[in-house]
Design a protein around this ligand. Structure first.
Ligand code: GTP
Ligand code: MG
Length: 488
């Protein structure tokens, strides 16, 4: 019978991972990302963490997945040299008394090694991937010291920078694997950047861990792995619902504007009507940007990221939209930093409250005596089946792209990076999202048509949008991470 909640499970049902690395490689940062909460102290300096700290990564049905954050190795070459003089190096090293202040590198190395010997089922050894192994002189001695303890080691590439295209990531991994090949205790090498990893890479870590455990621990781990995956998939499904609602709202949103008279159609006395179009566009633009910020904030919350940015962006969006020129870059980066092409035009347009792109087109349209239809089109608006103005089909396609890009940005943002913030997104995301939306063009257009032209019921639209979003995100993720499988 499993022990009641709150009671520590027996040791055989606890799987323990120890985060180990040279100092300042990012252990505490990665712990925060994996735990979805802020633990310990993070600073760009040597020996910030001084004591081993245990955290519960996951507890499910009386099984426990434990993560230790440890102090980093320091002065590793000298340490190895000293240890090599001893008959039983580890026993000797761990029995010495090092001063925490005057012998800090040795104190920290001793703490870490103690943790590996006494606690670890598997060592997660982090490297700073910006320093290739030939340059990072500490890796070899640290591997040799770890070999004496004899626990299995997985090497995690941290600080890889923004997500790489799959073929570049594979090449980087291959180079590290080749270099680490001589160390028998290394049982796998994975990319897991504390700032930019995606949850699907955490699942890959779980897959690699499984064969490293035996007996009852292996059973416990299989259970924990499934629970971990379930939790991530739950977030994935919730996120898909958020995006589906975003797209549903986009095809439902419409503004009443009267039809043009005959005189207006030939360009006479259209000032008033043009103002109506302009105002309609502004209404739709503001509502779209608000929805986009809200959806991004929902995604941020769902992914266990810091909530401070959420409130700040939310309130800014409301206050600043009233004064057009003052819309802060921060908001546009949330809705638009990842967009290019036509969407870039939209963003520039939205930034000025509809005056940049729309205003120019408006003036041009008037000069050439353009009819209302062309004018509306230049505004990316169309008249729907309900005779109201809606976003056009082309515009809706761009909104779909933008929604997927927003999802990617949040799904990759590691909590260890701190509060949610704008960032330049990797170029290959744009390309993959373009391809996937193009492949799903029929579904995207159908959704738009059902909402805008046929006035379908919101419930039916929501369902169709959810199917579409699920398909699109799955395709995007599989393309970015070809080895993943998204089923439970
Ligand atoms: N760009 C980038 N910086 C990172 C990443 N992970 C950690 N850092 C930075 O690296 C520095 C050290 O991070 P810590 O998490 O304190 O490193 P640590 O390994 O716990 O260090 P000690 O406890 O001192 O051994 C901090 O400035 C982090 O912001 C990453 O994935 N990308
Ligand atoms: Mg630390």
């Amino acid at each position: 019978m499993p022990p009641p909640p709150g009671i520590t499970p027996p040791a055989s049902d606890i799987v323990t991972l120890s985060l180990i690395s040279h100092t300042n490689a990012g252990k505490t940062t990665l712990a925060r990302t994996l735990l979805r909460r802020d633990v310990g102290e993070v600073r760009d300096a040597a020996h910030v963490t001084l004591f081993n700290e245990s955290h519960t990564l996951l507890e499910d049905d009386a099984r426990l997945l434990r993560l230790w954050d440890t102090p980093g190795f320091g002065d590793s070459a000298r340490l190895l040299k000293r240890l090599k003089r001893e008959k039983n190096p580890i026993l000797w090293f761990l029995s010495q008394t090092w001063d925490r202040l005057t012998d800090r590198p040795l104190w920290c190395s001793q703490q870490a090694l103690k943790n590996v010997r006494d606690e670890a089922d598997v060592v997660l050894y982090l490297v700073n991937a910006t320093e290739p192994p030939e340059v990072a002189a500490h890796i070899r001695p640290e591997m040799e010291v770890l070999a004496w303890v004899g626990k299995p080691v997985l090497v995690l590439l941290n600080q890889t920078g923004p997500a790489l295209p799959p073929e570049e990531e594979a090449a980087e991994l291959a180079a590290w694997r080749a270099w680490l090949n001589e160390f028998e205790q290394v049982r796998g090498v994975l990319a897991l950047d504390a700032f930019a990893r995606c949850w699907v890479q955490e699942d890959a870590l779980m897959d690699v861990l499984e064969p490293l455990l035996d007996g009852r621990k292996a059973d416990a781990f299989r259970h924990l792995k499934r629970a971990w995956r379930r939790r991530n998939l739950e977030v994935f499904r919730h996120s898909a619902r958020v995006l589906a609602e975003l797209l549903t709202a986009a095809v439902l949103d419409g503004v009443d504007v009267r039809s043009e008279t005959l005189l207006e159609r030939i360009g006479i006395g259209r000032t008033e009507l043009n103002k109506e179009y302009h105002d309609a566009r502004e209404l739709l633009s503001t509502a779209l940007a608000d929805r986009m910020v809200r959806a991004t904030n929902d995604l941020i919350r769902l992914h266990g990221l810091e909530g401070g940015a959420l409130r700040r962006l939310g309130s800014l969006a409301h206050e600043q939209f009233q004064t057009r020129q003052k819309v802060p870059e921060a908001i546009w980066s949330v809705v638009g930093s990842v967009a290019g092409g036509a969407m870039g035009g939209l963003i520039a347009d939205l930034k000025m409250g509809g005056m940049t792109f729309g205003g120019g087109a408006l003036v041009g349209g008037l000069l050439s005596g353009m009819g209302a239809y062309a004018l509306i089109k230049s505004y990316n608006l169309v008249r729907g089946g309900d005779n109201r103005l809606h976003w056009s089909r082309e515009h809706f396609r761009e909104q779909t792209r933008l929604a997927l890009l927003a999802y990617l940005a949040v799904a990759h943002f590691g909590r260890g990076r701190g509060e949610w913030q704008e960032s330049t997104e990797p170029a290959h995301w744009n390309q993959v999202v373009d391809e996937v939306v193009a492949e799903h063009e029929e579904g995207v257009d159908r959704l738009w048509k059902e909402g805008v032209e046929k006035g379908a019921m919101p419930d039916a639209l929501s369902k169709a949008a959810l199917r579409l979003v699920n398909d699109c995100i799955s395709c995007v993720l599989v393309r970015l991470y070809p080895s993943i499988h998204l089923r439970e």
